[in-house]
Design a protein around this ligand. Sequence first.
Ligand code: ADP
Ligand code: MG
Length: 302
Amino acid sequence: MKIGILSRKRDLYSTRRLVEAAEKRGHSVRVIDPLRCYMNISARKPTIHFKGEPLTGFDAIIPRIGASITFYGTAVVRQFEMMDVYCLNESQAISRARDKLRSMQLMAREGIGMPITGFAHSPDDKSDLMNLIGEPPFIIKLLEGTQGKGVVLTETTKAAESVIDAFRNLDAYFLVQEFIGEALGSDIRCFVVGGEVVASMMRKAKEGEFRSNLHRGGKAIPVNITPEERATAIHAAEIMGLNLAGVDIIRGKNGPLVLEVNSSPGLEGIERSTGKDIAGTIVEFIEKNASPGKTETKGSRA
Ligand code: ADP
Ligand code: MG
């Protein structure tokens, strides 16, 4: 097969591992910077070009679209879909998962457990919004944050109010969430490929930090997940319509609570902590599933 990996950097661990796994299985692989792709959006013959050359003949595309390039990156994925090329994760599914508010509404509709979450437009409504959530501490999150960067823990209502005012002054949208203290700074990353949890790890925040992101100094440790956690992760990925997903779950006192679903989950932490060949599993899934004309808009909901 000829596989394209949409990634900004070929030396990123995840990109390198996917290239390695695909080549090991006899496929030809090309890493393509999505920001250097340009498109002819015609109904009859949609095309994608890269540095003066049309990109043709691909059997499958693995999108690795970072949060900072969601808009253009998903447009490139969509163009491949228009060209009938199989995309491991489709553009709609990536956009759906990337927006924390949209994805939480979709999951809530399907009965997935989540921390109590509020959303408002006007800072004038902040007091009542916080009343809906409960008592401080509160978590305040930017809608499109990643790697823990847009997530703030506010210990008091006063602190929460200041953060909300600051975010809104910058015209940034945010969620207000109950703080799940019983998780003690840890959460579980379930790696879903093709409707199965193929690996999982617990991430523990470093001393003095509540965010467990590995980018924030969190540590990956082995974990056995419960059947309920497994089912929740699979269901969350399915609602998003993602074939490849990193579902982040926090252990609440009444069961698993989904924090978010990542559409380009990193391979480094999960492969190093479990010793599993996840890149190989992903390529294997593509071998079984990629065929032209298989593009569909997955997940029944917007
Ligand atoms: P990001 O997209 O930046 O990773 P997340 O929503 O996954 O944002 O939050 C980052 C981390 O912060 C989580 O992995 C978790 O450790 C911690 N966290 C997020 N929300 C909560 C919450 N409601 N209660 C407790 N910890 C939380
Ligand atoms: Mg996260």
